[in-house]
Design a binder for this molecule. Structure first.
Ligand SMILES: [Ca+2]
Ligand SMILES: [Ca+2]
Length: 325
């Protein structure tokens, strides 16, 4: 049996060597993970710092613009995208846009009641975007204070039948992303509306800036002229912006009609920042709403969404009103 015992000893020795190798490999592997984690944490901290810097840049550029010009137009510095910046492996993109160049969803309702001129304008915007008209009814119901359902609308009774159930907000939206909870606002609809609408935190109607309004919103706004004529006016404003509302009206064809009860402006208070910072595998997208008035320029809200391996975390998609019925 001596021979067998020797054999067993060799097997044991081999097993111990194999185990030891595995353990040290495991330790090395764990250390590698830890080092990568440290790297990732550092990259995250750096992307966040750069994103903060981008936000400070946006606030500063708007503050300066407010001090030096009385209009807000597409030729101005704030409207130019931040040049693509790649410093020490950190890639930054940033873009400011005029929130008053979009349709303010919260302007549909005032004091809990729907404002018909705003609703009519929203219907025309939906038509310009080739979206169904019922989206105006479901949104009006979702925002108005009552539970009286419009013919093509939806109120809490409809949302409570869903799984999970929730109620109509019956108040203004905090973010345009909350449209996702309104009947009919599919991801495709949301994508079409993304650059056309905004949810501003105002109880007073906010004027549409005709210097920056999206072409679709301009077409919804100006009636009685051909698309070609209106496009001519839209093209003009880039190099030759409208100085005031009277200047805008004077440069429209004589038969152009503008809706009653929709305020127009050539300067803005609200701006949106969209930025993205990337370092190696870490990406951070920041969306922010900035308000500038005569005395202050301030951040209204900011939302950070981490973008990892191509999967975007949609900002603004906060949950519905889930309070129990
Ligand atoms: Ca300006
Ligand atoms: Ca309602």
């Amino acid at each position: 049996m001596k021979h067998g015992q020797e054999g067993m000893a060799v097997v044991m020795a081999l097993l111990i060597v194999a185990l030891a190798t595995t353990v040290s490999a495991l330790v090395l592997w764990q250390q590698g993970l830890w080092l990568r984690q440290v790297d990732t944490d550092r990259a995250r901290a750096q992307t966040r710092l750069v994103a903060d810097g981008g936000l400070a840049w946006a606030v500063e550029i708007l503050r300066y613009d407010g001090e030096t010009s009385s209009v807000d137009a597409l030729s101005e510095l704030w409207a130019q995208p931040l040049p693509k910046t790649d410093a020490q492996g950190v890639d930054v993109r940033g873009e400011l846009s005029d929130a008053q160049g979009r349709f303010n969803l919260n302007g549909l309702v005032r004091g809990g009641a729907v404002l018909e001129p705003q609703l009519a304008l929203y219907r025309r915007l939906l038509a310009e975007l080739k979206l169904p008209d019922m989206l105006a009814d479901t949104l009006a119901d979702y925002l108005d204070a009552d539970e009286d359902k419009r013919a093509a609308g939806a109120e809490s009774a409809d949302y409570l039948a869903l799984r999970p159930p929730y109620r109509a907000a019956n108040r203004p939206l905090q973010r345009a992303g909350q449209l996702a909870w309104v009947e009919g606002y599919t991801p495709e609809v949301m994508a079409t509306l993304a650059a056309q609408v905004v949810a501003l935190p105002e109880t007073m109607p906010v004027a549409i800036n005709v210097n920056t309004a999206t072409p679709a919103l301009m077409r919804a706004l100006v009636q009685g002229v051909s698309a070609g004529e209106l496009q001519g006016v839209i093209n003009q404003r880039v190099d030759n912006h409208f100085i005031d509302e009277a200047d805008f009206k004077a440069r429209l064809p004589a038969r152009a009609q503008l809706p009653e009860g929709v305020a127009l402006a050539t300067a803005s208070q609200y701006f949106l920042l969209q930025s993205e910072v990337r370092q190696a595998a870490v990406r951070l997208s920041v969306a922010a709403l900035i308000q500038r008035n005569t005395f202050t320029t301030r951040l209204v809200w900011r939302e950070d969404g981490r973008v990892l391996s191509g999967t975007r975390v949609l900002s603004g998609a906060t949950g519905p009103n889930t309070e129990t019925p």
